[in-house]
Design a protein around this ligand. Sequence first.
Ligand SMILES: NC(=O)c1ccc[n+]([C@@H]2O[C@H](COP(=O)([O-])OP(=O)(O)OC[C@H]3O[C@@H](n4cnc5c(N)ncnc54)[C@H](O)[C@@H]3O)[C@@H](O)[C@H]2O)c1
Ligand SMILES: O=c1ccn([C@@H]2O[C@H](COP(=O)(O)OP(=O)(O)O[C@H]3O[C@H](CO)[C@@H](O)[C@H](O)[C@H]3O)[C@@H](O)[C@H]2O)c(=O)[nH]1
Length: 327
Amino acid sequence: MARILVTGGGGYIGSHACKALVAAGHEPVTFDNFHTGWHDAVQFGPKIAGDLRDSKAIEAALSDVKPEAVLHFAALIEVGASVRDPAGYWDNNFRSAKALFDAMVATDTRKLVFSSTCAVNGDLDGVEIDETSPLNPMSPYGATKAAVEMMLAGYVKAYGLRALTFRYFNVAGADPAAQVGEHHQPETHLIPLVIQAIRGSRSALKVFGDDYPTRDGTCVRDYVHVLDLVNAHVAAIDYLDRDTRVPLLCLGTGRGMTVREIIEAAEAVTGEKVPHDIAPRRPGDPASLVCGSHLARAELGWAPVHSTPEQMIGDAWRWHQRAGYTT
Ligand SMILES: NC(=O)c1ccc[n+]([C@@H]2O[C@H](COP(=O)([O-])OP(=O)(O)OC[C@H]3O[C@@H](n4cnc5c(N)ncnc54)[C@H](O)[C@@H]3O)[C@@H](O)[C@H]2O)c1
Ligand SMILES: O=c1ccn([C@@H]2O[C@H](COP(=O)(O)OP(=O)(O)O[C@H]3O[C@H](CO)[C@@H](O)[C@H](O)[C@H]3O)[C@@H](O)[C@H]2O)c(=O)[nH]1
């Protein structure tokens, strides 16, 4: 049993991580500024309201909580918004990571799991992505994550942090018990928007681009169930005790789905039509991001067991119906 500080525990993935930590016998403490997160998403442990860029606040939280490890989820996460507001993304994502890492060094808090993204790799002409793929971010969001990865590598070497970076592919789905789910405001992610289009709580889904060099012209992504993803974080806490040989693991399924295929899968799962129109490409979007790595299986014994389109869309559908969010 360990106390774990969860930055961004009021957000989508962080709130699911807190539930998984409790199930594994740990004690999560959320640190969140609730800028894009929700107080009512923090259901599995106490919370501290604070901004990571406030060095004193995060240092005080670490001194009080004395966590065994930190899971660092907090960030701004939208590819498209980062193209419009790079300054805001650099300010939040880079500064908050630096303040957190500095506070960890100052309080002798050693273990860290950092949430990065395959958006650091950008388009590799359809080649599957693994831990050795070159960095080529296509958006300021991806660039901030690549920069934090590089900063962290230096902190590990110089100050003895024990860190594991996960590069996630597209996270989807919800807690099967629908206690927590994906609630971004405004929502920009494909699967929740597909569900909202079906429910009629917004107008037709816009498919961003049908002229990409992919099998049906729409973008390909590798969708991974949030439950599988957070289970990798639970495994990482033990992993950091025994091994820090591997600093970076990709978390995806190896199966890419186009936007059209997601629409078809949602129609099959829900029995409803998805109203949609073709719209221009969204700036910053790579054509294809698919995981080609098995290293997480080898290192952590991790395998995505919930990440079928049926379960991801079905769990998201049940969560949306239960929560009743209309936007
Ligand atoms: N959702 C995905 O598909 C996906 C894919 C790859 C990587 N990631 C990464 O996973 C992490 C979590 O993503 P999410 O989908 O849960 O996002 P989210 O927006 O739901 O949650 C982020 C949380 O961080 C908090 N936060 C942001 N800046 C903060 C700050 N300066 N101080 C304190 N709290 C702050 C927000 O209030 C929010 O609760 C992010 O780092 C994101 O880049 C997400
Ligand atoms: O209304 C919409 C919304 C999305 N898409 C497309 O659907 C795909 C997925 O988009 P989205 O769900 O917005 O996810 P991404 O932009 O791929 O970004 C997510 O996945 C990345 C990893 O690939 C993470 O780094 C980001 O934080 C996370 O937001 C993309 O091709 C979009 O162009 C549409 O066609 N219409």
